[in-house]
Design a protein around this ligand. Structure first.
Ligand SMILES: Cc1cc2nc3c(=O)[nH]c(=O)nc-3n(C[C@H](O)[C@H](O)[C@H](O)COP(=O)(O)OP(=O)(O)OC[C@H]3O[C@@H](n4cnc5c(N)ncnc54)[C@H](O)[C@@H]3O)c2cc1C
Length: 383
């Protein structure tokens, strides 16, 4: 069985920032990153299509805000991505849509984050790919399409296994960059009968971990149902359409949609992502397919109304192809941030990073990056 110094579960912004920063700090740790998805990205992942080579659609976060002034470690981590053009400012317009279907320049804090919008080029997933590629002596293996289901804390190491136990790994230290293995939501959503991290370390063994798990138990997250659409070829330059259209409160209440995201493709096609709000209906493995189909139908039917103020896009709806709905079960954490002092639990050699860690950009991409940088610096200092 393979054995490593550090297993990082999750190749989203937080996990990749942790690894990238460790690499920059010249860590000599032997690391494996394990990711359930096909590649790095997490909630900043990008959808490709087998039938359309070159198609890239950012179906999670289409971009994010970055503070003008960031801590030194974050600046150092992001500087190479900025200079390589992988992380760029998105200067395209961001508009607001009211309940009458009229557009105007957006001015809400969500639509106009301090420091402006930044995005990955050619796609959002490129940021995580770039973070993992940051040059350094660290030994990094990547294990994609593997969802860790079972965790066991042995005397001086962790044992990780996938659902059918056909894959396993021993690791001296463990970092969870998502909440899946530590939050009771997995019980219903995945029909698991235990919270893996809780089972691995019994209550009373590690005070820090007990505190972290009991805080997490009460944390809630927003659900998003994102409809992806191929609008076909539009004879428009990228800057001729807004990057995002945020619905104001009345429009959100009317259509149960948060925003529309328009993304030009390299061959003249345009992709559209409609970020649908949740109706609160519980989801189980059995109900999932039906709920996804229902949400796709609801959002497709809304498109003519939502796009009426953009005649060119509206006209393209005749040739548009819906590409399915992605349900983000925890698109953003809403409450109970994990205090930074609980990011590393030394007794059990387990740590956490992600946008659910407390900080100024809690629940945002910048918060995820900063949590990874903080944990990397802490792990490095402890060695
Ligand atoms: C639709 C949407 C819109 C958003 N819009 C914005 C925005 O406008 N601005 C902004 O700042 N932020 C936005 N966000 C939030 C932003 O995307 C997140 O804050 C950020 O990407 C979180 O990164 P992370 O690394 O903490 O988590 P994630 O990206 O979720 O990464 C965790 C990774 O861990 C993997 N994983 C979890 N458990 C396991 C397991 N057991 N085994 C293997 N792999 C596992 C997951 O597959 C995932 O890839 C948006 C998010 C969504 C979904």
């Amino acid at each position: 069985m393979a054995e490593v110094d550090l297993a990082v579960i999750g190749a989203g912004l937080a996990g990749c920032s942790l690894i990238g920063r460790l690499q920059q700090l010249r860590s000599d740790l032997n690391i494996v990153v394990i990711e359930a998805g096909r590649g790095p990205g997490g909630r900043t992942a990008t959808r490709r299509r087998r039938d359309q080579i070159g198609w890239l659609l950012n179906h999670g976060a289409p971009g994010f805000g970055l503070s003008e002034s960031m801590p030194e470690g974050m600046e150092a981590l992001l500087a190479p991505l900025r200079s390589a053009g992988v992380l760029q400012r998105d200067e395209r317009a961001v508009l607001s849509l009211n309940a009458q279907g009229d557009l105007s320049p957006a001015n809400s804090p969500d639509a106009c984050p301090d420091g402006g919008w930044w995005h990955g080029v050619p796609s959002m997933a490129s940021i995580c790919v770039g973070l993992l590629d940051t040059a350094g002596p660290v030994q990094l293996s990547r294990q994609f399409e593997t969802r860790v289901r079972w965790l066991e804390r042995r005397r001086d190491h962790w044992l990780l296994e996938n659902e059918d136990r056909s894959w396993s790994l021993r690791a001296k230290h463990l970092v969870l960059s998502g909440t899946l293995l530590a939050h009771p939501r997995s019980l219903k959503m995945l029909a698991w009968d235990d919270v893996p991290l809780r089972t691995a370390v019994a209550e009373g063994v590690d005070d820090d971990l007990d505190k972290a798990l009991s805080l997490l138990k009460h944390s809630q997250a927003e659900v998003r149902w994102n409809l992806m659409v191929d609008l076909g070829v539009l004879a428009l330059k990228a800057e001729e359409l807004p990057a995002q259209i945020w619905l104001d409160d009345a429009a959100k209440a009317r259509w149960k949609v948060e925003r529309l995201v328009l993304q030009p493709q390299s061959d003249g096609r345009w992709g559209l992502v409609v970020h649908g709000l949740d109706s609160g209906e519980a989801i189980t493995p059995e109900s999932q397919a039906h709920l996804l189909a229902q949400e796709q139908q609801r959002l497709v039917e809304l498109l003519p109304e939502l796009l009426q103020a953009l005649p060119v896009v509206s006209a393209a709806l005749n040739q548009a192809t819906p590409l399915g709905v992605m349900r983000w079960g925890a698109s953003r954490p809403l409450n109970n941030p994990l205090p930074q002092e609980l990011q590393w639990c030394p007794t059990s050699a387990v740590g956490f990073c992600g946008d659910w860690i407390a900080g100024t950009r809690f629940g945002r991409a910048e918060g995820a990056i900063s949590s990874g940088v903080n944990l990397a610096e802490q792990l490095h200092a402890d060695r």
